[in-house]
Design a protein around this ligand. Structure first.
Ligand SMILES: NC(=O)c1ccc[n+]([C@@H]2O[C@H](COP(=O)([O-])OP(=O)(O)OC[C@H]3O[C@@H](n4cnc5c(N)ncnc54)[C@H](OP(=O)(O)O)[C@@H]3O)[C@@H](O)[C@H]2O)c1
Length: 311
């Protein structure tokens, strides 16, 4: 197994890299080399035996497989430019990106890396931070077969419970991720609406949450908990589980592709507008489920609930 590198230690990346490091340690393989913009976030990973490397180009030079898990397309593009801009050879290296990015970003990464003799595997994920911590994410993997087959054992039962193989065209796994997020964001809107309805009618959020979890499954139940525990608007010194700007990015990717294909996504459009209104009101430190805050305001309630932060 070649040396593995990891860039990106946010809400998802730190949990995923920690599981990968535990796996390589259990196999007595060489420890992960990690990097992040804020290197201090890597302390728990270092405690597990991983090796810090602040310079991404140096990390790439030492690794055969490089995972990235970053916020958006431009961060990914800038990392790949750094790797390709350095004079080192990228021949036979495998870049595995787990972030949610637009299929066009994937398309250009594939062709640029191919021209350097390297492979690009798109491996976006489904599931939030608690599922990443448990190593139970669902991955949508796409890329050259020899590269995906090399990478799958590092994912299955390590970081993920299921790997959906989207074939050799890496843009397809990115497309599946964007399509999946249409469901995610609409579900957050639906759960938020139901909980505001339950509160205003006097039904109460407790029985509503019990029903949502029981009748509509653990994912919907988890979204309800983000509202009732106040996690939709966490303390300002914390990092939201799934930052509102990340979900807005995902919704915009879906909407731009839908527009090109003449598809209407009215539910997603509404949820995006509610997320943007929430961000205008409460700033960046909000979870994507903060749609709920906007719905509360529209119903004449405070944006904040009794468990969320208050300003
Ligand atoms: N959170 C979820 O529930 C979830 C679920 C599925 C997929 N996703 C997708 O997974 C990706 C990561 O999500 P996340 O929740 O882990 O995000 P996050 O907590 O915001 O972390 C983002 C990561 O990108 C880095 N980053 C941000 N801007 C940067 C810049 N300008 N230069 C260099 N590095 C930068 C951050 O570094 P710092 O640590 O220095 O800030 C951090 O490592 C996103 O594409 C998201 O859409 C998220």
């Amino acid at each position: 197994m070649p040396q593995i590198g990891w860039y990106g230690l946010g809400s998802m990346g730190l949990a995923m890299a920690s599981n990968l490091q535990r796996h390589v340690a259990a196999k007595k393989a060489i420890s992960l080399i990690y990097s992040n913009r804020t290197m201090s976030r890597g302390s728990p990973l270092r405690a597990l035996g991983a090796i810090p490397e602040p310079n991404f180009a140096k990390l790439v030079s030492q690794c055969g497989i490089i995972f990235t898990m970053v916020s958006n397309d431009s961060v990914l593009q800038s990392l790949l430019s750094t790797a390709m801009g350095s004079s080192q050879s990228l021949k036979d290296k495998i870049f595995v990106d787990c972030s949610t990015v637009h299929p066009e970003t994937v398309r250009s990464a594939v062709s640029e890396l191919k021209s350097k003799g390297a492979s690009y595997v798109a491996a976006p994920v489904f599931g939030g931070n608690p599922i990443a911590v448990d190593g139970k994410l669902v991955f949508a993997i796409g890329g050259p077969k020899n590269a995906t087959e090399t990478v799958k054992p590092l994912i299955q039962d390590v970081m993920g419970r299921r790997v959906i193989d989207c074939g050799e065209d890496a843009t397809k796994s990115s497309l599946l991720k964007i399509a999946g997020n249409i469901v995610t964001v609409n579900m957050m809107e639906a759960v938020g609406e139901a909980q505001v309805f339950a509160e205003k009618t006097g039904l109460g959020t407790g029985p509503m949450e019990e029903l949502i979890g029981e009748a509509f499954g653990p994912v919907a139940g988890g979204y309800s908990k983000r509202l009732t525990t106040g996690a939709y608007a966490p303390p300002l010194d914390s990092r939201p589980g799934f930052g509102v700007s990340l979900a807005i990015k995902d919704a915009r990717h879906a909407m731009s592709m839908a527009q090109e294909q003449g598809v209407e996504l009215p539910g997603l459009e509404l949820a995006r507008a509610n997320m943007e209104a929430a961000r205008d009101y409460g700033g960046e430190c909000l979870d994507s489920s903060t749609i709920y805050g906007t719905l509360r305001q529209k119903a004449g309630l405070e944006f904040w609930n009794e468990k969320s932060r208050k300003e």
